[in-house]
Design a protein around this ligand. Structure first.
Ligand code: SF4
Length: 397
């Protein structure tokens, strides 16, 4: 008979696993909660069963996956305690997740919550003062147990009532990882999970892109965020948004995420990137999109390239002849190059479509625009926005 019941917040990393094990080893029943949003953990969406089986088999733990994207978007837009170095509202994020976990705790008839936090490990949300704020605001004072650093903190209710033996908890603090790795070794945990990419809101490039998008769009959907996380992004004149895959996997993802009626572009005769235009599009922006797409293909040195385009899912009959775009055009239109729009003046442009040129689309009139210089290939190489996903990120939660 278990001595009590707890809900553990599992970020997917080592610390929350260790914290959970410390409590399970005291004979307490634990259920894991794994929160996901497009910014962390979303790769588990659609493979929940596999994820749960892994945890059951490896650690004997029942885990629930909770998609909290909608609520998270609200706090991301207006975090009471502000952002960290990037677009990461860590204190509000914790308040939100612990509040959700508390509700689950009550529903499950559990006695307390477990978190893998370590005092002093994170500059923003794992300081003594911010930990107290989080407990107060999420109404988890006295029921939120942090087994890895409990001895540095005031005893919680399960410790005071004797459900949890405080002597068997730890007093880890600071940013070092050695105590956790040593503990994992002692517990025989070898194949511990990594946080699988961490939180994208701490990625310097992606977070900037996401922040701009939130500022400019009062309502944001999960699909839009998923699109922001792949490929190269450009703004088109008139408010359109062009996304170009950087590799086959991204092309497939963009294709999967494209909505009916949105415009897809591909090179006509050679394999290469897939482009997607969202929002208003006219002939100038369509040709510009084609020229940017051509720039990121093997034909980027050609004087002229044929690009096929059409509305998803049935289109693809239109053909454009364009010169690959020059680097300065790319720099000018890159999504992140635009000055940020203050939140108060944000509109919801970029949704719904304007007109796509009709009639004979094949080689349709090459309208020149001096700003975008269609006619001149003028390629000079240069550094491009390769791989923002490779940047270092903070662990989720
Ligand atoms: S870094 Fe962690 S705490 Fe901060 S916003 Fe991301 S998931 Fe939340």
């Amino acid at each position: 008979m278990p001595r009590g019941k707890a809900i553990a917040l599992l970020s997917g990393g080592l610390d929350s696993l260790l914290a959970t094990r410390l409590i399970i080893d005291q004979g307490i029943e634990v259920i894991g909660l794994h929160f996901i949003t497009p910014f962390f953990g979303y790769h588990q969406k659609g493979r929940e069963g596999e994820f749960q089986n892994q945890w059951r088999q490896r650690h004997g733990l029942e885990v629930r996956i909770l998609d909290v994207s909608e609520g998270f978007f609200q706090i991301l837009r207006h975090p009471r305690y502000g952002y960290g170095k990037h677009f990461n509202p860590c204190i509000d994020c914790k308040i939100f997740l612990f509040s959700q976990a508390r509700e689950w705790m009550e529903k499950e008839g559990a006695d307390f919550l477990i978190s893998g936090e370590v005092l002093g490990q994170r500059p923003m949300s794992q300081r003594r003062d911010t930990m107290r704020i989080v407990e107060r605001e999420s109404k988890t004072e006295g029921i939120l147990l942090r087994p890895l650093c409990a001895k540095n903190l005031k005893p919680t209710q399960p410790e005071l009532s004797g459900v949890v033996d405080r002597e068997k908890l730890l007093g880890i603090s600071g940013r070092g990882r050695r105590p956790q790795i040593e503990l994992a070794r002692k517990m025989g945990i070898q194949d511990y999970p990594t946080p699988a990419g961490g939180c994208l809101l701490t990625d310097p490039i992606l977070s900037q892109r996401i922040r701009q998008y939130f500022r400019e769009h009062p309502n944001v959907e999960v699909r839009e965020i998923l699109l922001l996380l792949v490929g190269r992004h450009f703004r088109l004149p008139g408010g359109g948004h062009l996304i170009i895959g950087r590799k086959e996997a991204e092309n497939e993802r963009i294709q999967r995420l494209a909505q009916r009626g949105e415009i897809l572009l591909r090179l006509r005769a050679i394999p290469g990137p897939l482009g997607l235009i969202r929002g208003p599009v006219d002939e100038v922006s369509l040709r510009l999109a084609g020229s940017i797409l051509a720039r990121y293909s093997k034909a980027r040195g050609a004087a002229e390239v044929e690009v096929r385009y059409g509305r998803n899912p049935d289109g693809g009959d239109g053909i454009l002849s364009v010169a690959p775009a020059r680097d300065e055009i790319l720099d000018l239109l890159r999504f992140e190059s635009f000055p940020e729009v203050p939140p108060s003046s944000a509109g919801d442009e970029g949704r719904g479509f304007g007109s796509v040129p009709n009639g004979d689309r094949k080689n349709s009139g090459a309208r020149e625009d001096s700003r975008f210089g269609f006619a001149a290939p003028g390629l000079s190489g240069g550094s491009l926005d390769e791989g923002p996903l490779g940047a270092a990120r903070e662990d989720p939660h």
